[in-house]
Write a protein that binds this ligand. Structure first.
Ligand code: LLP
Length: 404
């Protein structure tokens, strides 16, 4: 399927995803875990388009959610509640009530306050809430500080030194059923060691919980975090990751839960954008395109490097350029000092590896509508989300009764 044809029919900017790659990524991950009792709960924050969720749901996946909105969208996509886990440090009473009503598999509890709140809401509903406690194992995942979550100083999870006390407390709560232990140490992790180090700590904890507190821990949730190649990273293949985990969990007698996000969708999508202007300053050449940090914030927020390719390559020596968007912020760039073959206004560029945390982090900043999303399958493509319209930009705005 030619990207130029998609651009012509759908317009730019738009996200384009490959059905075949999404399917393959899920199958590779699932096959790597073959024989290990497990559940793959795709972390839908990476990309929550309904059609994408359904590709994974239809192949036996569940979902990792972090908000009422994600629960709503998960149910809309037809997810089985028994395959949904609910993570996140800020669950409100309303969100907890909604998840209890839906009868999800488990809450990944991130604090003592949350544990008490779940007990309270479950008692109001007269039911028992299934929980795992998310433990913060204090492991350095060696990734960008904004996406490291398992360090002592991070807001996530329950400090490992406090975990036994909280498990003991959870055991005494009338409307709580402790089913598991959970951790998620960070994202875009490109080595196996941090995962294995965390697993060692959790295994020790499970051992203590079973022997000292007679808690029947049935689930071990290892979170997500497996990295992908954006440039020259060489993250472990899912086969290596799974082999190591298989080895380490032999005889543990737990169903393993995984919450992969990026590894399933990241390299299955790109952002298609059109060059608007070339602008030369004394020291810089800017390629100004019709999309920016409003649609893909990763370069601006994490100094993330993503490949950029012209859809049709022009002859000539590469230039060194900044690829920037139209947003009124100096941080609005896709690439700085990047070698790019020559381009002209009207040319299409593909910002690669944009399937994860692209659209899901997009905003309407500067009142640009959010882009369309397109799914390609073989020789066909479908618009799986319409481009936002101008009228949607002011949807829900009211004029107050008092004078302005
Ligand atoms: N589980 C939990 C509890 C998480 O917080 C996350 C991601 C995942 C699973 C999925 O992690 P993954 O497999 O995708 O690494 N916006 C950042 C990434 C933020 C990750 C947040 N949590 C980025 O664009 O790099």
């Amino acid at each position: 399927m030619a990207l130029s044809e998609i651009a012509q029919k759908v317009g730019t900017p738009c996200y384009v995803y490959s059905h075949r790659t999404l399917e393959r990524h899920f199958n590779v991950f699932a096959q790597a875990l073959d024989g290990i009792p497990h559940l793959i709960c795709y972390s839908m924050k990476a990309n929550s388009n309904r059609s994408i969720l359904q590709i994974f749901l239809q192949r036996g996946g569940g979902l990792d959610i972090v908000s009422g909105g994600e629960l709503y969208r998960a149910m809309q996509a037809g997810a089985a509640p028994q395959k949904i886990v609910f993570s996140g440090v800020g669950k409100t009473e309303a969100e907890i009530a909604m998840a209890l009503q839906a009868d999800i598999l488990m809450f990944n509890v991130e604090s003592e306050g949350e544990l008490e709140r779940i007990q309270h809401v479950a008692s109001q509903q007269g039911i028992k809430a299934r929980v795992a406690l998310r433990v913060n194992p204090d492991i350095d995942p060696k990734t960008h500080p904004y996406i490291a979550t398992g360090l002592k100083k991070s807001k996530f999870g329950i400090a490992i030194n406090d975990a036994l006390r909280l498990f003991e407390k959870a055991k005494t709560l009338s409307h709580i059923a402790v089913h598991g232990v959970d951790c998620h140490i960070g994202s875009q992790i490109t080595e196996l060691d941090p995962f294995v180090d965390a697993l060692h700590k959790l295994k020790e904890l499970i051992h203590d919980l079973r022997s000292q507190y007679q808690l029947p821990i049935r689930y071990l949730d290892l979170g997500g975090g497996l990295g992908i190649p954006y440039q020259d990273e060489t993250p472990p293949h899912p086969d290596e990751y799974a082999a190591r985990i298989r080895e380490e969990t032999e005889g543990l007698d737990c169903t393993l839960i995984f919450e992969p996000g990026r590894v399933l969708v990241g390299n299955a999508g790109l952002l298609l954008t059109e060059v608007q202007y070339l602008k030369r300053h004394e020291e810089k050449t800017f390629v100004i395109v019709d999309s920016g940090m409003n649609h893909l914030i990763r370069p601006a927020l994490y100094q993330a490097w993503q490949a950029i390719q012209p859809v049709k390559k022009r002859a000539g020596q590469p230039w060194v350029v900044d690829v920037v968007g139209p947003i009124c912020e100096s941080g609005d760039f896709f690439a700085l000092d990047r070698e790019l073959s020559p381009v002209e206004p009207g040319d299409l560029l593909a910002v690669m590896s944009s399937g994860a945390y692209g659209y899901s982090m997009a905003s309407q900043y500067n009142s640009y509508p959010r882009p369309a999303e397109v799914l390609v399958k073989g020789a066909a493509f479908a618009v799986i989300r319409e481009r936002e319209s101008y009228s949607e930009l002011s949807r829900g705005e009211n004029t107050p009764l008092f004078d302005l």
